[in-house]
Design a protein around this ligand. Structure first.
Ligand SMILES: [Zn+2]
Ligand SMILES: [Zn+2]
Length: 267
């Protein structure tokens, strides 16, 4: 059983109202041993002031609850950065300003529009929009790679007009392979994000064939997260994620502490 959920949001993220303590309680109830909070920090998000993290307040609440729950669960302190190609220097110094355990690099705003909003898909085909997402992801990764795991690599598919009905790794492999090759080369983990199940994709983000391809290319480091924004979604469908990873040939998943991975057996 997977006993660590290392992609979690609480009220310190601007799209989340859940109290940190409720999230911790849900993790304990579900038998988790480790949880890592990864609040959003998206500098230059198109809606001003959104997704700007108050790291001081976040840190102090975390330390308080860490102490309160130390007998029951290990709590880790991370961040999810919203990548944009021109933010390399800014994020480069940001990641060294705070003692993060774990840093997820995610692309939320290719060309400064979040696919979460329908306007991202307006006036063009879904295929074009998906291609742009992967092209921009590659540009972000080439500009900046000082993070530990790439978050929900096919995030765009959650919001496409047809979601994943006309989507496959194969169809976009020319766009996806270069991303996977860079993360393998740089030793960046591939995150398997179970929110894809919540979005009714029947798969995590990224999809099974991308996870398989990462392994084929020599990738060995996978992290697992629910990306929960409410307590009820903590460790969501982790049994399915575990089965998928075993099927793809992975025997361990990684948990980062002080940005160093430690491996835990699957199955
Ligand atoms: Zn995200
Ligand atoms: Zn997230």
């Amino acid at each position: 059983m997977i006993r660590a959920d290392i992609h979690l949001h609480t009220s310190f993220s601007s799209d989340c109202d859940e109290e940190m303590e409720n999230v911790i309680q849900a993790g304990i109830d579900r038998g988790l041993d480790i949880m890592c909070f990864t609040e959003h920090m998206d500098k230059d998000y198109p809606i001003e002031g959104q997704f700007i993290l108050d790291c001081e307040a976040y840190r102090s609440r975390y330390l308080e609850l860490c102490d309160k729950y130390r007998e029951k669960i290990t709590l880790l302190w991370g961040v999810e950065l919203g990548l944009l190609p021109w933010l390399a220097d800014w994020y480069g110094s940001y990641v060294n300003q705070y003692p993060f355990d774990f840093i997820i690099g995610s692309v939320h705003n290719p060309k400064n529009v979040d696919p979460y909003y329908p306007e991202y898909f307006e006036g063009r085909s879904e295929e074009e929009a998906y291609r742009e997402y992967f092209t921009e992801s590659l540009a972000c990764l080439k500009a900046f790679s000082d993070f530990d795991a790439i978050g929900h690599m096919d995030y765009v598919v959650r919001y496409g007009p047809n979601k994943n009905k006309e989507y496959s790794y194969k169809k976009y492999s020319d766009y996806i392979d270069p991303i996977l090759k860079i993360i393998v080369e740089k030793g960046i983990a591939l995150e398997v994000n179970s929110k894809g199940y919540q979005a009714n994709l029947g798969e995590p983000n990224p999809c099974r064939d991308i996870v398989k391809r990462y392994k084929e290319l020599g990738g060995e480091i996978v992290t697992i997260g629910s990306d929960a924004h409410t307590a009820e979604h903590v460790a969501y469908n982790f049994d399915r994620v575990e089965a998928l990873l075993l099927e793809c040939g992975f025997k361990y998943h990684a948990v980062f502490t002080g940005r160093v991975p430690k491996y835990y057996p699957l199955g």
